[in-house]
Design a protein around this ligand. Structure first.
Ligand SMILES: NC(=O)c1ccc[n+]([C@@H]2O[C@H](COP(=O)([O-])OP(=O)(O)OC[C@H]3O[C@@H](n4cnc5c(N)ncnc54)[C@H](OP(=O)(O)O)[C@@H]3O)[C@@H](O)[C@H]2O)c1
Length: 304
């Protein structure tokens, strides 16, 4: 069995895309940390959470699990960057860790998604509590009411130094391949990877435990407006494309505006549907998002 590594301030389970924004910040603040990967990539500790199921040979599974948990360092805070999707997953992960680290009483930060929030005016409670991720997240909050938090993140975008960019412009042709699909699109919420990293660091300092938080960049975006800004030139111009050379998306947006009586973009909040409120999170961590409106970041004047 490998010896336990030295204690760290933050143990990050999953060297995710988001982590690539966080680790430079941690280094800059002299916060000790360790990261894991399922394939033991260089510089990471091997860790692959494989939940046991009733059909699993429980004894073998327990032994395999204990060894990889024991090889993780004691940590003040554990950031879980991959989805947990049942109550049992949460219980197994946290209990295996605490059982193998009896002297540690870590805080837990679990990254979730804003997808669980229903299309009603947002409040911390208006989420689908029966969705698999919400069940796992609520279990964590119930197990560690004063030492756990869940960050429900909006769509992640940005360009980290080591990973490829997540460019929301490239999502347009997938989510709205035609005018009809674009017509159905309402609001989009985003948050920059760098702001998630700042929020995690701020949250770790500001005691935000015991509840879930919506994390966005404080904007809602109207897909029609984004399509107008980003769609030009993204698709081949067909016979129906704008006569003056504009891309198909601009022509589609114009047609949709006429058909739906929309005089100007963006459409009003009441029309685009779900609008998520992230003010509480940013107040709780004592900061504001570092990136502004996505149109000023992606292809705009702000660094991304
Ligand atoms: N993408 C979005 O727009 C978006 C929006 C809202 C919320 N989120 C959520 O935010 C979180 C972070 O997202 P991300 O895009 O930064 O993550 P990501 O790049 O997809 O990375 C997830 C990490 O988790 C690790 N992992 C996956 N399954 C694992 C398991 N069973 N055991 C141990 N490690 C495991 C992977 O490790 P290996 O690479 O070593 O396999 C990977 O490093 C995720 O929960 C995601 O669902 C994402």
């Amino acid at each position: 069995m490998s010896p336990q590594p030295p204690a760290v301030d933050i143990l990050i389970l999953g060297t995710s895309w988001t982590t690539t924004f966080l680790t430079p910040l941690l280094r800059a603040h002299n916060i000790t940390h360790a990261t894991t990967s399922t394939t033991a990539r260089p510089g990471t500790l091997p860790f692959h959470f494989v939940p046991s199921t009733p059909s699993t040979d429980q004894d073998d599974d327990e032994v395999g699990s204990q060894a990889q948990y024991t090889a993780l360092p004691p940590a003040t805070l554990i950031l879980i960057t991959f989805p947990l999707t049942t109550a049992s997953h949460t219980t197994q992960l946290t209990r295996h860790y605490t059982a193998t680290h009896p002297s540690a009483t870590p805080y837990f930060v679990l990254l979730g998604s804003t997808r669980i929030f229903t299309p009603t005016p947002s409040s911390p409670l208006s989420y689908d509590a029966s969705s698999p991720r919400a069940v796992a997240e609520d279990t964590l909050l119930a197990l560690y009411p004063s030492r756990a938090t869940v960050l429900n993140l909006a769509g992640l975008y940005g360009q980290s130094s080591r990973h490829s960019a997540r460019d929301p412009r490239s999502w347009l042709s997938r989510v709205a391949p035609g005018k009809e699909a674009l017509g159905r699109k309402g609001a989009l919420h985003l948050v920059h990877g760098g702001d998630v990293a700042r929020g995690v660091l701020g949250g770790a300092k500001e005691q935000i435990w015991g509840r879930r938080w919506i994390v966005t960049d404080l904007h809602w975006y109207d897909w029609w407006e984004l399509a107008f800004a980003w769609g030009d030139g993204r698709l081949d111009h067909g016979a129906d494309a704008g006569k003056d050379g504009d891309g198909e998306y601009r022509e589609w947006v114009m047609q949709l505006m006429e058909e739906h009586g929309v005089r100007a973009l963006p459409r009003p909040v009441e029309v685009v549907g779900r609008v998520l409120d992230s003010r509480a999170f940013w107040r709780a961590v004592g900061m504001v998002p570092g990136r502004g409106h996505v149109l000023s970041v992606v292809g705009g004047e702000e660094d991304w």
